[in-house]
Design a protein around this ligand. Sequence first.
Ligand code: IPD
Ligand code: CA
Ligand code: CA
Length: 264
Amino acid sequence: MIDYARVEHLVRQAGQMILDANITREQIHTKESRDNFVTDYDIRIQQYLVDNLRILLPEAGFFCEETMQDSESRDIRKGFCFYIDPIDGTTNFIYGYHFSCVSVGIALDGRMIAGFVYNPYNNEMYRAIRGQGAYLNDRRLWTENRTLADGILAFGAPADTTKGETFFKMLYQLYEVTQTIRNGGSAALDLCRVASGSNTAFIQTRLSPYDYAAASVIIEEAGGVITQLDGSPVSLEENCLVIAGAPVAYVQTRNIALRMLDKK
Ligand code: IPD
Ligand code: CA
Ligand code: CA
């Protein structure tokens, strides 16, 4: 039995580390693409979570965004695995947008069983345990079954600019049939806002498992849908395209994505 209250406490503590941060230029490092940064805080927060979650569940594996000094190769499809994004929305963090979060998901035998996504700036804790519902702080979440025309579609832009033209042509089609569009800059929070109903749907053509693992169980427990383009479950092993939404809005988004992206 996992001590979920302890996991939530650790995620809140990690969020406090974001609030306490005083970031300087020297603490920001670029990764492989132009909008992909890592700061000393990403590394510090991840280490804090790994060290403490390891005490809680010594047999668990880890799938984390930042490279781990003491990484070990376990088969993440077997047993428990933590999916950790220490700061989702690092660019927002650097520029003071106040829309970033700590994301921790727990899988058992390749299936997500719990997720915690915490935005420390407004003290919003999204959490779900499989079979026990999804919550935003104390409020039970249930995705209203709205159409795209009845709300906001959130998206994440491709990091690779050569993929931009195709993506934005598709986005234009979505834009025409929604009330409006938003790019929050934190995929995990944008996905959780599908669970809470603030977004009716979400699409991004390439995300990593640590971006969406925790949010995926929160969306499903709120009655929403999250899949890859072909309708299969989001991958817990490699990057994939992610579509999520209230059931009807999800189908509408996926149909447009299939028409515009699936040109094989
Ligand atoms: C990023 C955010 C962003 C998404 C990027 C991700 P990071 O994560 O989730 O919204 O568009 O694809 O890489 O780098 O801030 O953890
Ligand atoms: Ca991150
Ligand atoms: Ca991320």
